[in-house]
Structures are given as C-alpha cells and as structure tokens.
Design a protein around this ligand. Structure first.
Ligand SMILES: Cc1cc2nc3c(=O)[nH]c(=O)nc-3n(C[C@H](O)[C@H](O)[C@H](O)COP(=O)(O)O)c2cc1C
Length: 204
C-alpha cells in the first residue's frame, strides 16, 4: 500500500502556541509510512469572500490543493470564547467551497486541542466537529484528546512534556485517522487503535 499523507493545521498563530506544540508532538509519533504536510500559513489566508470562491487567491489555492491531495487532515484547535479561532473558521470556510466540490468533503479528520483551562478545548472541539459534520468530513470519534491545564505541560523550548498516557492517546488518535483513511490497513502499519471506545482527557 502506498504511504499516506496528512495535512496538519494548528488553529493558533501565536509564537509558543500550545496547540502547535501539541501538533508537533503528534507529528513526531507518525509511523514511517505516514508523511505529514504541516501547513503553517494559516495567517496568510485572506478573509473568506464568496465572490472569490471559484477563483481563489494563491494562498487559498495552495491550501485547497494540499488538502485535496492528502489522505486526511489533523487539526489542533485552541478554544476562543467557547468556540474555535476565527482564523481556523476562515480556513474551514474556504475549504468548504465551492459547494459542488469542496476540498474537505469526505476527507478524514482528526481533532485535538490544548488550553490552560480545566476544559482543554472541549467546547471548541464540539464546535469544530459540528462544522466538519456540515462539510461532510468524517471525524475520528475516539479518543477525544483535550489537553487541559496546558500551561504546565510544555518545557522552555515549547515541547510537550509527553507522559505515557499522553503519548498513548496521541498514538490512538493517529491510528484512528489512519484507519479512517485506509480502512484495509493492517494494525502492523501503525499502533493499533484501542479496543475500547475512549473519551479521555490527558491526565496531569
Ligand atoms: C480571544 C481569546 C479567547 C479565549 N477564550 C477561551 C475560552 O473560551 N476557553 C478557554 O479554555 N481558553 C480561552 N482562551 C485562552 C486560550 O485557551 C489560551 O490563550 C491558549 O493558550 C491558546 O492556544 P495557543 O497556546 O495554541 O495559542 C482564550 C484566549 C483568547 C486570546
């Protein structure tokens, strides 16, 4: 089977972002036959304009092409005002159009997030899942990786201090995405998903 490619997007533009750090930790766990295309130009996307949906600006065309060519997408979202950041919603709007052929439709997606609060982006992830449902992009159901009290989980270089539980959840999320993108893949090509459905927060 040919290698899989996933586009990875952090919903934060912030230097030292916990979500970008979380995403990087996940990317390090990818098996050798999974290629990751880390999209880092979220801030370069212009505001969505429906007049331009059929002749998109270059930055949008680039993102759409990368998503279309990928086998799946990974989105790490911050929580802003109990929802997802505007920059992320803007990207999703571009990826949801034109209505007859949106690049994100039917594309498997894994979602995760980190927040300093007790809720670890649980509310933002609900919103994100709802948006992806509308776009008809299937989302990995389990595990729900909601990294709470994230300010205590990164070292001075911005790297996630990954304990065994955290690493296991990130591996399970990745395996769930691989399974959704290539249902016929054998468990040996990646860490097999947990046998029990899990909805687990990363523990302190
Ligand atoms: C505009 C704004 C709104 C926020 N709203 C929430 C919120 O509703 N819930 C929450 O847990 N954190 C909220 N936060 C705090 C963010 O979770 C925190 O800044 C987080 O570190 C952002 O993610 P990042 O580190 O990846 O940039 C908010 C932050 C900003 C800037």
């Amino acid at each position: 089977m040919s290698p899989l490619t996933f586009v990875a997007i952090s919903g934060s533009l912030r230097r030292g972002s916990h979500n970008t750090g979380l995403l990087r930790a996940l990317l390090r766990l990818a098996p050798p036959d999974v290629a990751i295309d880390h999209f880092e130009d979220l801030g370069a996307l212009p505001h969505f304009d429906q007049d331009l949906e059929d002749r998109p600006p270059a930055a949008v065309a680039d993102l759409r092409r990368r998503v279309r060519e990928a086998d799946g997408v990974i989105i790490a979202t911050p929580e802003y005002n109990s929802s997802i950041p505007g920059v992320l919603m803007n990207a999703l709007d571009w990826l949801s159009r034109p209505a007859h052929d949106p690049s994100l439709r039917a594309k498997p997606v894994a979602v995760l997030g980190a927040s300093p609060s007790q809720f670890g982006t649980a509310r933002a992830q609900l919103v994100l899942r709802q948006v992806l449902h509308r776009i008809q992009a299937p989302v990995v159901a389990h595990p729900e990786v909601t990294v709470f009290r994230s300010h205590g989980r990164f070292d001075a270089d911005g790297a996630l201090t990954c304990d065994e539980t955290t690493e296991g959840l990130l591996r399970d999320l990745l395996s769930g995405l691989i399974h959704l993108a290539a249902p016929t893949s054998t468990p040996s090509r990646a860490h097999a998903p947990g046998s029990r459905p899990r909805s687990v927060q990363v523990q302190a």
